[in-house]
Design a protein around this ligand. Structure first.
Ligand SMILES: [Fe+2]
Ligand SMILES: [Fe+2]
Length: 196
């Protein structure tokens, strides 16, 4: 499920932007946020969630993953909540800047989306997709791979993943998030001899 990597990069851009919206909303390029919400809608919600997970994966694992850790009904509810938040992001990022009146609420929406979707994808990656794979014979698994590729080509008229990676890279460029080194953590604090 390489789609998750693109969606993570959208959400990482939103997480970075939440802090800027609180400090200097007029410096945030709203068009980049609008582009990222459109990308999340087309690649994440309309394709990855609806065409793959909801159509082919969730129905096969509904009983296998029942429980608090990753129930299909909660995953579905989170898809719905995500779409509501994406609608909201699109509605407040149509101009050149996010208005001062919307900045704090948008920052909170980004924070909440980040927490929800990080948990959502981590459970899908480690529980749901594994359970799904366990249900399939090697032949069925290969067949599903071909089907997913056919769906991707029908949805995007080509390699949707490559196009999505290009789009998120352009968004990161606009927001000044291209350089990976900027995210390297500072050194860990030195501990005193007494504390050790
Ligand atoms: Fe999902
Ligand atoms: Fe997913």
């Amino acid at each position: 499920m390489r789609e998750h990597g693109v969606l993570r990069r959208c959400i990482l851009a939103w997480r970075e932007t939440a802090g800027r919206l609180r400090m200097e909303p007029e410096d945030v390029d709203a068009s980049a946020l609008n582009d990222s919400a459109k990308l999340f809608r087309s690649f994440g919600e309309d394709y990855h969630e609806k065409k793959l997970e909801e159509a082919h994966i969730f129905p096969r694992v509904r009983h296998a993953v029942a429980g608090g850790a990753a129930s299909v009904s909660v995953l579905m509810a989170q898809h719905v909540r995500g779409r509501e938040i994406t609608d909201y992001i699109l509605s407040v990022t149509g101009g050149a800047h996010v208005s001062a009146a919307d900045a704090e609420m948008l920052a909170r929406a980004f924070d909440a989306f980040d927490v929800m979707y990080a948990n959502h994808m981590a459970r899908e990656d480690t529980i749901v997709f594994q359970a799904w794979k366990d249900q399939l014979s090697p032949a069925e698994f290969a067949e599903m791979g071909n089907l997913f590729e056919t769906i991707e080509r029908a949805e995007f008229g080509g390699d949707g993943f490559d196009d999505a990676v290009r789009r998120i890279a352009a968004i990161e460029e606009k927001l000044g998030l291209t350089n990976l080194a900027q995210f390297t953590a500072p050194r860990a604090p030195a501990r005193s001899a007494v504390a050790q």
